[in-house]
Ligand binder design. Sequence first.
Ligand SMILES: C[S@@+](CC[C@H](N)C(=O)[O-])C[C@H]1O[C@@H](n2cnc3c(N)ncnc32)[C@H](O)[C@@H]1O
Length: 281
Amino acid sequence: MQNINKILNIGSKHLKKSSVKSPKLDSEILLSHVLNKNLKEMILDCDFKPKNNDVKKFRSLIKRRISREPIAYILGNKEFWKYNFYVNQNVLIPRPDTEIIIEEILKIFKKDQKISVLDIGTGSGCIIISLAKELPKIYGTAIDISKNAINVAKFNAKMHQLKNRIKFYNSSVDNFFKGKYDLIVSNPPYIDNLKIKYLERDIVGFEPLVSLKGGQDGASVLNKVIKKSSSLIKIGGKLVLEIGYNQKYKVMNLLMKKKFHINKIIKDYSNNDRCIIATKL
Ligand SMILES: C[S@@+](CC[C@H](N)C(=O)[O-])C[C@H]1O[C@@H](n2cnc3c(N)ncnc32)[C@H](O)[C@@H]1O
């Protein structure tokens, strides 16, 4: 029987050989998941010898990671903002850069404001659910073109006791006509279809293409979101969009054509333009 230290080393060696980016950390996360211990407990207890069955389970998870399945899908969850979300291959894995959207919205609206919020392309529901948690008086509506994504988002809303405050619709943005909103938020697919094939295997091989493909220039869904938002938003309402690193001017133009005033463009942690905030005039 081998101890934790030895098992971790073997796992990380296999991952390294297959050029997985963070072999040591991934090996630790997967073993801690199998043993149901947090990372700290596991490292402190590194002489412990896990049962054969657990070692077998660990090996099968390492194999999945070698095939480049992302850790979040293997574990079935991902932290976003302050919360944990169930994820599977029907939804994009929530990204830390998207937390910028939450951070900026919390600078605009106060905790006791009663506002109606629409999330377009909700995926796992991470944006609307985090907002509803932080702003307890908002009413949320969330739409997604993918029925399977809506099911995941509903599950997450239930897990976070928000079933009664967020309505979910399986709808494309083009076909959605319900309500008038104080705030519309969207992280739409914005990658140029021709560039999808250059993404890492972890992404392109596992995450849903409908959450990545933004059309010929990457801005076709963004364009639809802006057009539709222009009629669904109240005068003076805010539109907050996540955008691709090279889409600032294109999106600014689209917004100005639809009579939005650009308030702010925020950079992500890698210093790329990532989020744009506009007000409907
Ligand atoms: C980049 S993912 C964002 C998911 C989630 N909001 C997040 O930030 O992690 C984009 C989402 O938009 C959805 N989507 C793509 N095209 C759409 C459309 N035309 N109308 C509505 N939703 C769409 C996809 O199914 C996907 O869930």
